[in-house]
Design a protein. Structure first.
Lengths: 93, 196
């Protein structure tokens, strides 16, 4: 996972279903979206929910096409996601 | 996630935990109620309406609001610092081309310190699950039929930011004062389930 993500990057969200609390909504897992802007830095909520100390990390507004999430729809959904959930998708991939 | 917040089992458990905290001297009697009252005292949709009206009459303020809402709202004497820590506020502006609507699919995140408690439908499982999937259909049920070529942007408050929609200024309101303009803005307009 790179720490040099910038707005405009295409990212794929984590696809796995963690055992505990997470803020990566199920409908947005394993999906490709575009970084809109950074929304500060915060400790990962998944860790805080388990009482684990965590360093703040960037949190991003990530915009998805509805068709990518639901297979239909012409709207967009922008979800706020911790950087740890995201992997950059190379443009030529 | 459960859509049921009013369960008597949970209420009983909360009362029990509160009583234990008081018995151990960690909380004063009634302290939680006092803190909740303090937290909610300043929150009202009227705050959002004031912000919107200022943005309508002052394009410079509107620009600052969209770039950094936390700093901009201090210009009208408001802040997001009412809770334990200042929350980031993100204001999203409706245009002729794009309409914004806010939801929290995981629970019910909402800028309470600024706008007061959220409406009950905002916390309903039906709204939370459906508006991300079919916003156009949900908005029609709210009585808001958008032009077919207006795009819809849904914002899911899944992390630490809280959102507010900046509605479009209605036509024919050029002669209204800032206070009169604020009177046009509704809570639904600030969430995006109404035009204004």
């Amino acid at each position: 996972m790179g720490t040099d993500l910038v707005p405009g990057d295409r990212v794929r969200t984590r696809a796995t279903d963690p055992a505990g609390h997470t803020r990566l909504p199920r409908y947005a897992r394993g999906a490709v979206g575009v970084l809109v802007e950074r929304a500060g830095r915060h400790p990962l909520a998944d860790d805080r929910a388990r009482g684990v100390a965590a360093e703040p990390q960037p949190v991003w507004h990530v915009r998805f096409a509805a068709a990518e999430l639901f297979g239909a729809g012409d709207h967009t959904v922008t979800v706020e996601l911790w950087q740890e959930y995201l992997t950059r998708v190379e443009e030529d991939a | 996630m459960s859509g049921e917040h009013g369960s008597s089992v949970i209420a009983a458990r909360v009362r029990h935990v509160e009583a234990l905290l008081e018995a151990r001297g960690l909380l004063d009697a009634g302290e939680i109620d006092t803190r909740i009252d303090e937290f909610l005292a300043g929150g009202s949709p009227a705050n959002g309406a004031r912000i919107v009206a200022r943005a309508w009459v002052d394009p410079g303020f509107a620009e600052r609001l969209l770039a950094d809402a936390n700093t901009a709202i201090r210009e009208v004497g408001l802040s997001m610092a009412g809770g334990l820590q200042e929350q980031r506020l993100k204001v999203v502006a409706n245009t002729a081309a794009e309409h914004n609507v806010v939801v929290c699919t995981l629970c019910s995140c909402y800028p309470i310190a600024l706008l007061g408690p959220s409406p009950s439908w905002y916390k309903s499982e039906a709204y939370r699950s459906r508006v991300v999937r079919d916003p156009r259909g949900v908005l029609v049920e709210f009585g808001l039929e958008l032009p077919a070529d207006t795009r819809i942007a849904v914002w899911d408050a899944s992390a630490e930011s809280r959102y507010m929609v900046l509605p479009r200024r209605p036509a024919g309101t050029g002669s209204l004062s800032e206070t009169e303009l604020a009177g046009l803005v509704t809570r639904k307009g600030l969430i995006g389930t109404a035009a204004v």
